[in-house]
Design a protein around this ligand. Sequence first.
Ligand code: AMP
Length: 430
Amino acid sequence: MNILILGSGGRESAFAWKISQSQHTDKLYIAPGNAGTSKYGENINLQLLDFEGIADFALENSVNMIVVGPEEPLVKGIHDYFLSRPELKDISIIGPQKAGALLEGSKDFSKQFMQRHQIPTASSKTFTKETLQEGLDYLDRHFLPIVLKADGLAAGKGVLICTSNQEAKTEFIAMLTESKFGEAGNTVVVEEFLSGIELSVFVLTDGESYKILPSAKDYKRIGVSDTGLNTGGMGSISPVPFATDAFLQKVEDRIIIPTMEGLKKENIPYKGFIFLGLMNVEENPYLIEYNVRMGDPETESVVPRIESDLVELLKGVADGNLHEKSFSISPKTAATVMLVSGGYPGDYEKGKVITGIENIRESMVFQAGTIQDGDEIKTNGGRVVAVTALEDTLFDALQQATADSGRIFYQGRYFRTDIGFDLMSYIKST
Ligand code: AMP
C-alpha cells in the first residue's frame, strides 16, 4: 500500500516510524513532515488544509490510505471532501468525517453528546452573546473554581480555570464580546471543576468494533513539578501506573461503550482514533474531553508499545473488519521527554543547529520542529525532538529517556528532568 501521513510533529514521526515497518507499506509519504520523517519515507510539501492539492497528490501517486495526524483537517472536513469526489472513493481516510470530528470541534456538541449518552462528565451549561446576562447571573452563583471553555478549536488555549466569580465574569465577557479566542469563543461552556488526576485513553475504531490502545499521561506545564505556562506537552509515559485493570474496565463500561453506541445511534460514522481525556476522581473516570486524533506527545509513548502491525489495524479500520485483527501491546513502559526551544511556549528563535541525535542508541528519537538544511538538522519549532525509551520498568524508562535527552544539543535546548517521576509512588505503594 502507498500511505500518506498528514502532519509534521513528533506524533507523525512516531506514526511514520511504525508504519514504515509494516509488511503492507510500499511507499510512505509524509506531508509536510520534518527532518526526521524523511528517514522513514518521502516528505511532501503540501498544506494540510489544501484538500484539492492533497487529493491531486494522492491520485498521481496511487496513495491508498491517508492517516490524518492533527485535528484541523478533520474538523474542516477532509474526510467528507474525499467522499464527495467519486474518483477518490478508494482512498481510505483514517480520521472521522466532520460529523464525528465535532466531538473535538465543538465543546458544546461534545458535552451534549456525553449527556445524551449518560457518560460521566463535569456538569455544564452553555452560553452565547444572546444569553450573556443569564450567563453572568449563573457565574455569580457558581461555586469555585469555575472552568470556562471556548466552544471551538483554540489550539489548546481555550480553557480557563477561574478562581473567583469576578475573574470568571471578566473572562466570560472577554470571550463573548471581545473575541478573546476569536470565533471559537462565540459560544462558551461553563463547567464544574473536577479534582483528580488526569490521564488519557485512546481508542481505534472502524465505527463498529474498537481496540483500546495503551493509556498514557502527558505533562503540559513548561516547568518542573508542573509549574509555569501550558505547552503542547513536555513529555508522556505509558502505561499509567494508577490506571488499574479495575479502573480501565470502568473506562470501557462507562465511557467507551456508551460512546460507540452513541455514535451508532446518532448515525455518526467514525473511522479513526478517539482520544479520551479523563479525570480519575476517587477511582471513577470522568470524561473531560474527546479529541478525534491521537495526542502529541502521548503518541510517542503509545505507538512504541503497539506490537501488532499498525497498518494491518488501520486496514481493519478502513475495511470495517477491525474485530478480525489481532492486537498486542508490550508490557514494557515507555517514557517520552520533549526537548523544546529556549523561550517556548513564548517567543523563541529557530534555526539552531542540532547535534547528537545520531549518537542515541538506547532510545527512539522522534523529531518534531526540525528542518534539514544541507547536512545539518536545525530547530524549526517550539517542540523540537521527542526522546522515547521503552524499558521493563517506569524508572528505567524515565532514566534512559532523561539521560538520552541530555545527549542532544542545540542553543537554548530545554527539557523537563522530572517527567513521570511523580508516578513512582504509585508503583512503590502497589
Ligand atoms: P480540554 O481542552 O477540555 O482538555 O481542557 C484542557 C485542560 O484543562 C485539561 O487537560 C484539564 O487539565 C483542564 N480541565 C478542563 N476541564 C476541566 C474540569 N472540568 N475540571 C478540571 N480541569 C479541567
